[in-house]
Design a protein around this ligand. Structure first.
Ligand code: ARG
Length: 587
């Protein structure tokens, strides 16, 4: 196998049109050739329409001039036809299309390059809060962030995953105090009944502590002292805090393992990590006059954003009681990621309600001079998961839905539909496939809706074999694998002289667009574009398979078709992999 990048046909054609532009109208050299895939030909260029005005001519005339230039030096173009007011309908030679398929098939990376080489990208994702149940919002950041980590990593970026756990703050003083005063409360995982997690137990104890705090002023005072003890590093308090963090992390890890995400314990760099840096950050911002006194607190007033009252929106740098909160920690965090981790791209995957928070953090970092134009920074927001009633997803009693229960439900739904489709699967294998299908279904449903939109959590739809679902794609992959197994999984050689059937052509051109799709996801940070691509690819395969015999075809057609099957199976499997979804061999 060879590892070089395969230049997509679209780019080759675009180069050809660019050269024609420079040749026919030197004053337009360098202009965008505006090449797209087309329904009327392989590709279409709208350059003549886009550039006619600049060339002081009619689109049709410019189109003729470009066609003439392309006739002199065809490059990757077999045939050009002017249509409508000046569209260039472009057909590429069959041989070139077969060569692309062969080259991609020969590459372990499917011919995809590494355009992000040399980039160091921090992705902040998941970040649940210690002693609190992870909710469906954390499911989204975990799934989306993980897919982005895979995509950017595959394109060559050095990805630094950061799990910004909510493991610090005054609430821990209260919880620790409560646990100390209630030694009989059970919350460690080895004391609990199987099926309950330490986080749920802590979550409940936290509520009880909060109630006591609000009703008993002596307890409230003891809790405040505990906060001081925690922040000044009192050994007994720190030991208890560490224990709480470890118990919670264990429960989070169970979810991560089940989801199969990349996050490891080393990626956990929670809020507490920054606590010793906060005073220094505050001093730096104060000296630079970015943080100013307001009502006894230190705040930064935004120069860009106004709050609901029409005044500049404030960022809380230090509270009136002298304490530091979420805002201060994120200031220290961004400085650390730029100055210590030396990242040149920073991504924060959280729900869209935190948009203003991050806008203000980025503004502060820019004003402080930490964030420069060489560094790309983005909040990657996402919408809310809704229940069947169209309201934010909650349990019937209005509580947080336990993620583990949700995943269990998805897997048992998948179990039911897979065993119905394939009753002969042995039990063990069925269980394993159901796990892959159920988890894949949840992930795919999340990734396939446009990120910023809300979506309804609907298990029946998610695990369906029909429509744009993870199960449909996994199944499409298994069907192709079964064809290939029947053929004996041969190493095939492509004969580029074979004339392409229209359905082969459509499939091959779609396969060739894989790298552009991934590049698009890396720019827009929208994994649903990859989902949409894989879905189209699976459907192009279906049309091809309906129109063309594979196993029963004569050579050399048969080998060429098997090559298309192989490349489709590998692309589906690889693309699902970038979404964090496994593609089983059978279902
Ligand atoms: N723990 C926060 C939450 O649950 C998310 C943290 C996101 N990352 C950050 N750097 N603020 O909402």
């Amino acid at each position: 196998m060879t590892n070089h990048e395969v230049l997509p046909l679209l780019d080759q054609v675009a180069d050809g049109v660019s050269q024609a532009i420079a040749h026919a109208r030197p004053e337009l050299a360098g202009a965008d050739p505006v090449v797209r895939r087309s329904e009327h030909a392989d590709f279409q260029s709208n350059a003549a329409l886009a550039l006619a005005k600049r060339a002081r001519t009619k689109p049709a005339e410019l189109a003729d001039a470009l066609t003439g230039a392309l006739a002199d030096d065809r490059g990757p173009i077999a045939h050009v036809e002017v249509s409508g007011p000046g569209f260039l309908n472009i057909t590429v030679p069959d041989q070139l299309i077969w060569d692309q398929v062969a080259d991609r098939l020969a590459s372990p990376r499917l011919g995809v390059g590494t355009p992000h080489d040399g980039q160091r990208t921090v992705i902040d994702y998941s970040a649940p809060n210690i002693a609190k149940e992870m909710h469906v919002g954390h499911l989204r950041t975990t799934i989306i962030g993980d897919s982005l980590a895979r995509v950017l990593g595959f394109l060559g970026a050095e990805v630094i995953r950061q799990n910004h756990l909510g493991d610090w703050g005054t609430q821990f003083g209260m919880l620790i105090q409560y646990l100390d005063e209630h030694p009989d409360a059970t919350w460690r995982h080895d004391e609990l009944e199987p099926g309950t997690s330490a986080v749920s137990a802590l979550d409940e104890l936290y509520r009880a502590a909060r109630q006591l705090f609000d009703s008993d002023s002596a307890f409230a005072d003891r809790s405040r002292n505990r906060v001081v003890a925690l922040q000044s590093g009192d050994p007994a308090t720190i030991a208890r805090w560490k224990e709480i963090v470890a118990e919670s992390e264990k429960a989070f890890r169970d979810i991560y393992d089940r989801l199969g995400v990349l996050l490891t314990p080393e990626d956990s760099v929670g809020e507490s990590f920054y606590s010793h840096l906060l005073a220094n950050v505050v001093a730096e911002l104060t000296e630079a006059d970015i943080a100013v006194e307001s009502d006894g607190a230190l705040v930064m007033f935004s120069e860009d954003v106004t709050g609901p009252d029409g005044n500049p929106a404030p960022l809380m740098v230090r509270k009136r009681d002298g304490g530091y909160g979420y805002d201060t920690t994120d200031l220290a965090t961004i400085r650390y990621r730029i100055q210590d981790l030396k990242a040149n791209r920073l991504l924060y995957v959280t729900d869209s309600r935190q948009a203003l928070h991050f806008q203000m953090i980025f503004e502060a970092a820019r004003r402080a001079g930490w964030l420069t134009d060489e560094i790309d920074v983005a909040h990657v927001p996402y919408g809310t998961v809704l229940g069947p009633d169209g309201r934010p997803f909650k349990t019937r009693s209005g509580g947080t839905v336990r993620l583990m229960d949700l995943l269990d439900d998805a897997v048992s739904c998948a179990h039911a539909i897979v065993s119905e489709k394939n009753p002969d699967l042995p039990g063990d294998e069925l269980d394993q496939i159901a796990e892959q299908a159920g988890i894949g279904a949840v992930k795919y449903a999340d990734l396939s809706t446009s990120r910023i939109k809300d979506y309804v959590f609907d298990l029946d739809r998610m695990v369906s074999f029909n429509g744009n679902t993870g199960v449909y794609l996994q199944y499409a992959h298994t069907r192709i694998r079964s064809i290939l197994r029947k053929a004996g999984d041969p190493d095939v050689a492509i004969d580029p002289a074979v004339e392409l059937h229209p359905a082969e052509r459509a499939l091959a051109l779609e396969l060739d667009a894989y790298s552009a799709t991934i590049a698009d996801v890396s720019q827009t940070l929208e994994p649903h574009k990859l989902c949409g691509y894989l879905y189209d690819l699976a459907r192009d395969f279906t049309s091809f398979y309906e129109a063309c015999h594979v196993l029963g075809a004569e050579e050399p057609v048969r080998s060429n078709r098997l090559a298309l099957c192989q490349l489709t199976a590998r692309t589906l499997q690889h693309g699902l992999g970038l979404l964090g979804i496994t593609a089983p061999e059978r279902m």
